[in-house]
Design a protein around this ligand. Structure first.
Ligand code: MLC
Ligand code: AMP
Length: 491
């Protein structure tokens, strides 16, 4: 049995999930996921790692569907509720999903696929609480595919096994002292690791309660906090930035009330992008908490974390989690001297199995001796790791989303009036980086607004460049490649 699901039998009466519609117990989750599994199986004994993609809002039905896919022996492929159809279709096709589960609010978006496709579509609202015999799932089987951008144009599917997921959960539950009585607020998207694993799965593994907000807003978060039930919060730095900005605008009474609620929290974590020290310090002033910053990646779960007890060093990501091996290497995969910077490389049971259908990309992301190459550059500084940057300027992190500059460039170049372009991440306190596009036009007759509206439906909002410069040529190196570091300075 899948360990995460097995544990739910110990917590049957406890509240597992709270969403905008209701509160649901662990028993409820077990029953609903069994119903999903039975319907997916349709008389078969086991889905045998067939991919099942699902497009539903964050909440109880998301968890029931994820567990249902797992209990039927399938691989869960969660889709992004904010993606345009082209990205959704790409992930369905690339993962070779045979079944797509969707809830009614996405019916209109999916219509072109529903009409033409050979895929099997199931409406989430149709699931019933059917009981039956479910397959026994060994933990070495693949469990999930999450899409992540890289230095190649198209996002790659990261395949993790049940054993990877269990290790990743257990290491956080132990290190951050998750308890049954914890109650966490989840405002993150559920097609990425942070919201799925660090929040939802860790809460459910612990018998705790995971509460969802239908959509992130600073006001909504503070309203939820003021009920004095939530005691754990995890988010990307942009969210803390937005909460601080909202708090700064509040009346003195509201500020005092919010700060009082925050002070009784057990734990507050930041990750998925570098936490600016100014944000850490301002949040400390408001909440009385030093944010626990940690470092992770879709491919490896969490690898490095500041301690639960002990010094949380601003601007640093801490020490390797138990059972995770970390080293810093130069371009030749030689371990760097103490105090020198190098690429973070990782080994351990947390590391993913493969990129879906991409043996070459998988092979090139590991060293010959089996270390995963993160692409992040760090230094080990007085007992703690510090991230310095990435080894590719083509990877942008904005709002905690990993974005490929090349993917955006490819789309921009399909515009009939764009001759060439270079996309870069420009440092920004709120978003980490904002996307900038440097454009060479065929004719001088296009402005930023026209490009932005043309991009609608072609790229997700968080991938849309915010800043534009129009120019006659792009700075290139001797090899004829665009020198992006120079471009960043131009903005
Ligand atoms: C949106 N906007 C942006 C933007 N994204 N502006 C600049 N840069 C961006 N990247 C603009 C919109 O156009 C809109 O503008 C306004 O911001 C609000 O848009 P929204 O879509 O409603 O944004 P919001 O809901 O406020 O989203 C912010 C956010 C979101 C921080 C909640 O970006 C988010 O959920 N990020 C988390 C991503 C995540 O989970 N990453 C983890 C990956 S896993 P206007 O003008 O229309 O108002 C991983 C591993 C690990 O990294 O270590 O965890
Ligand atoms: P993703 O591919 O979306 O899982 O993003 C993983 C990337 O997020 C890592 O490779 C890092 O570049 C970045 N990241 C995660 N946590 C941190 C952190 N605490 N500080 C800096 N970068 C981080």
């Amino acid at each position: 049995m899948i360990p995460l699901i097995q544990r739910a039998f110990d917590f049957q009466e406890r509240i597992a999930i709270k969403d905008s519609s209701d509160s649901y117990s662990y028993q409820h989750l077990l029953d609903a996921s069994e119903g999903v599994a039975m319907q997916l199986l349709q008389g078969k004994v086991d889905l045998d790692q067939a991919r099942v993609s699902f497009l539903v809002p964050a909440g109880f039905s998301y968890a029931a569907i994820q567990w249902g896919i797992w209990r039927a022996g399938g691989i869960a492929v969660p889709l992004c509720v904010k993606h345009p159809l082209s990205s959704i279709e790409y992930m369905i096709r690339d993962s070779e999903a045979s079944v797509v589960i969707y809830s009614k609010e996405f019916e209109a978006l999916l219509q072109p696929l529903l009409e033409t496709s050979e895929l099997h579509f199931i409406k989430a609202e149709q699931f019933s609480y059917k009981k039956g015999t479910l397959p026994n799932i060994s933990t070495d089987r693949s469990a999930m595919i999450l899409y992540t951008s890289g230095t190649t144009g198209n996002p790659k599917g990261v395949v993790t096994t049940h054993a990877n997921i269990e290790f990743q959960i257990r290491s956080l539950v132990t290190s951050w002292k998750w308890q049954q009585d914890d109650h966490i607020l989840n405002v993150l998207p559920l097609h990425h690791l942070h919201g799925i694993l660090n929040i939802l799965s860790c809460a459910l593994y612990s018998g705790a309660c995971c509460e969802f907000l239908p959509k992130f807003s600073a006001e909504g978060v503070f309203d939820a906090f003021r009920r004095d039930e939530i005691n754990v919060f995890m988010a990307v730095p942009t969210i803390y930035f937005k909460l601080i900005a909202h708090w700064n605008e509040a009346t003195p009474e509201t500020k005092e009330r919010i700060s009082k609620s925050l002070k009784r929290f057990r734990l507050m974590v930041s990750g998925s992008a570098a936490l600016p020290v100014s944000v850490l310090e301002e949040w400390e002033g408001i909440s009385g908490h030093t944010l626990l910053e940690r470092y992770g990646m879709t491919e490896i779960g969490m690898a490095i974390s500041n301690p639960y007890n002990g010094e949380r060093r601003p601007g640093h990501i801490g020490q390797p989690l138990d059972g995770v091996s970390v080293r810093l290497c130069d371009e030749n995969n030689q371990v760097v001297a103490n105090g020198a910077s190098g690429e973070i490389q990782i080994k351990g049971p947390n590391v993913f199995k493969t990129y879906w259908n991409r043996p070459e990309a998988t092979a090139s992301s590991f060293t010959k001796d089996g270390w995963f190459r993160s692409g992040d550059i760090a230094v080990f500084n007085d007992g703690s790791y510090k991230i310095l940057g990435r080894n590719s300027v083509d990877i942008i992190k904005s709002g905690g989303y990993k974005i490929s500059a090349l993917e955006i460039e490819e789309v921009l170049r399909t515009h009939p009036q764009i001759k060439d372009c270079g996309v870069v991440g420009i440092p920004d306190l709120e978003w980490g980086e904002v996307i900038g596009a440097s454009i060479i036009l065929e004719k001088d007759s296009l402005d930023a607004n026209e490009i932005r509206s043309w991009l609608k439906g072609k790229l997700s909002d968080y991938k849309t460049p915010r800043k534009y410069i129009f120019q006659d040529d792009l700075p290139r190196n001797a090899m004829g490649k665009v020198t992006k570091k120079v471009l960043i300075d131009l903005f």
